[in-house]
Design a protein around this ligand. Sequence first.
Ligand code: F6R
Length: 246
Amino acid sequence: MQLKIYKDYHTLSSHAADKIIEMVKNKPGAVLCLAAGDTPRLTYKLMAEKAAREKVDFSRCSFIGLDEWIGIPPVNEGSCQFFLQTNIFSPLHISPAQIHLFDALNPDAEEECISMDKIILQKGGIDLMLVGVGMNGHIGFNEPGASFDSYSHVIDLDDTTRSVGQKYFSQHTELQKGITLGLKHLMEAREAILIASGIKKAEVIQKALEGDISDQMPASIIRSHPNSFVMIDEEAASLLQSKESI
Ligand code: F6R
C-alpha cells in the first residue's frame, strides 16, 4: 500500500484524476469502478477536463457500479446512478452499452448480485477501483462486519450510513438497504485507490491505517491489497502516527 498525502483537497483530486487517466491511456479497454460520494466529485471534474484537453478516449472502457441504495430510482438526485451520470458519464460521453450498474429497483436483488458478479468475470475483472471511505469505515456499502470474502451482496445499512447518507438527498429519505460490490472485488481489482479528504475523515483514516486489519473496519483491508494507493489530504492524515507507505 502506498500512502500519498497531499496538501489539500484540490491537489489530492488532481492526482487521483491523473491515476484514472493514466490507466485509460495505458489500457483503453480498462474496466473501471468509480465510487459516488462527495469526496471524488472534484476528481471526476478534473478527470473530465483533462480527458477533453488531452483527447483521452474513454469509448472502449467499461464502467461497473460500486453500490446503490435499494429502492431509490436513478432519477433521484441522491442515487449513486444519478451521481455517476452527472459527474462521469455525461461529461465523458459514455454510451449506455459501456455502463453496468445495479438496478436498485429490481425486486430480486439477489439476481442483481449474481448478474453483476458475472459481468465482472466476463470482462476479466476490474482494472481500477477508486473508493471513498464512510465515517464508519465502510467501502462501498460494505459496512462494519461485512466479510472480506464477499462478492456482490445486499446489506442492511447501519445507522451511521443511514444518517450520513441523507446529505445526498434534498428531502429526508428512508434508507434501509444497500446493494454493493464486495471486498473481494476490491482485493481482486488490479489497482485499488482509496481517497479521503478533510478533518472529518482523520479518525477513520487513523483507525483504517493504524488499527487492526479487521472486518470491523472494512477500509483496513486496503493495507492487504498488493497494488493499492491511499491518497489523502493533510487534514485527513492529521491523526496518523506514521506517514510512511507500507
Ligand atoms: C459511494 C460509496 C460510499 C462513499 C463513502 C464516502 O458510492 O460507495 O462508500 O464512498 O460513504 O462518502 P463521501 O465521499 O461522501 O464522504
